[in-house]
Design a protein around this ligand. Structure first.
Ligand code: FAD
Length: 372
């Protein structure tokens, strides 16, 4: 985009009302700048958006649990909204057997009846030694060499194969670098110091960030980018980077997800927010029961089954596929992006990178500090 000297209506046009765009807009407003935030979806919030069904905040684009070790980020969000004390403690269902996650003393007791950390360590070491894999050739061998065969076959293999749509023996070993095992009776999935869900759901956080900022939904930047560009001095673009450049080098690939939600006439379906289905035959990877994120007491409940899918145009691009082909392609687009003078690229789609929420907030704060 060429730099323009005529008077523009806004300092920033922000394409995408997800967390990145919303944090950037919030920071710009604090510094006295004007922003227009647009989104092609019919709502604000991007992937953290919650839809209210039966008075339950349904995480429309997948379960979102806020966690961070960074006090600055925790204080930032807590200054905007109140967080509850939700701690993520998923359960694994393997062909009807239930196990605690992440792998900890509760899991080891359920698997083998072992009661002390020493017994559990010995059991894992025995299994690792038994198969004696010194140079893992694929994800399966890598996982077995780290945690042994029982944990791998019951809790990792099926889930991972469904996630990637490929056999674990056909997946590269590097996908799994570490498999944390915890020798304490601690079911808290995250190791971070701070964790929770905004009281009243994530829309409250987005509303607080975008308070006093002009927003428009159902507006696709690419349907009329010349007109949008004319409105602001600088564009903050959080959509797909390859689309920004007309896919001139080809399309970046993603993994997608299909969500199947149901309202049930019961107040408690599964007793936990997240249950992972770790066998190979169940076609979905997880069932989310949304009310448990906020300790809901509603009469009904809403559950969502999550099915990993190949991505194609028209489906949501959820997870970047950071293999060599796609990373190389991304670098070509990033080189083009670096040459743009009036466009700031940020967020998971423009940076082709998986970011957790606390990381996207940190990234938006950094870009805002550097550029505004
Ligand atoms: P997005 O939220 O995707 O926002 C980008 C916005 O840009 C979208 O609303 C899109 O509609 C809009 N847009 C794109 N193109 C255009 C266009 N042409 N015109 C107008 N608008 C456009 N993080 C955690 O910390 N904890 C979790 O538990 C967690 N769970 C997750 C589960 C799933 C299934 C996924 C996929 C992610 C999860 N995350 C989680 C990550 C979290 O969703 C991201 O960090 C965050 O949403 C990224 O924000 P963003 O603004 O970069 O992108």
């Amino acid at each position: 985009m060429k730099s323009q000297t005529n008077k523009k209506q806004f300092d920033y046009l922000i394409v995408g009302a997800g967390l990145f765009g919303s944090v950037f807009a919030h920071e710009a407003k604090k510094k006295g700048k004007t922003c227009l935030v647009i989104d092609k979806r019919n709502h604000l919030g991007g992937n953290v958006y919650c839809e209210s069904i039966e008075d339950i905040n349904v995480h429309k684009y997948g379960a979102h649990i806020f966690h961070t070790n960074d006090k600055k980020i925790w204080d930032y969000v807590n200054n905007l909204v109140e967080f509850n004390h939700y701690i993520n403690s998923p359960i694994a269902n393997y062909n009807g057997e239930l196990y605690n996650l992440p792998f900890n003393m509760n899991t080891f007791y359920q698997l083998w009846g072992v009661k002390t950390p020493e017994e559990a360590k010995n059991k894992i070491q025995e299994e690792i030694k038994e198969l004696n894999i010194s140079n893992p050739k694929n994800l399966e061998e890598q996982a077995i060499s780290l945690v042994g065969k029982d944990i791998y076959f019951k809790l990792i293999k099926g889930y991972t194969e469904k996630q990637w749509g490929r056999k674990a023996t056909d997946l590269p070993a590097f996908i799994i670098k570490r498999l944390p095992v915890r020798f304490t009776y601690d079911n808290n999935y995250f190791n971070d110091k701070y964790q929770g869900i905004p009281v009243g759901g994530y829309n409250k956080l987005i509303d607080a960030l975008l308070d006093g900022i002009e927003t428009m939904t159902d507006q696709d930047y690419f349907e009329n980018n010349a007109e949008w560009n004319a409105k602001a001095k600088t564009i903050v673009f959080t959509g797909r980077i390859d689309e920004f450049f007309g896919f001139k080098y080809g399309k970046l690939n993603y993994r997608s997800l299909k969500f199947e939600s149901k309202t049930l006439d019961t107040d408690n379906f599964q007793g936990n927010a997240v249950i992972n289905y770790t066998d190979s035959t169940t076609p979905f990877t997880r069932i989310i029961e949304h009310k448990h994120f906020e300790f809901g007491k509603q009469k009904k409940t809403v559950i969502t089954k999550e099915y990993p899918q190949e991505w194609e145009e028209g489906k949501e691009p959820y997870y970047p596929v950071n293999d060599t082909i796609n990373n190389d392609l991304f670098i070509k687009y990033r080189d083009l992006a670096d040459k743009e003078t009036n466009v700031i690229f940020g967020g998971r789609l423009a940076e082709y990178k998986y970011y957790d929420m606390h990381q996207i907030i940190a990234s938006a704060l950094k870009k805002a500090a550097d550029f505004i």
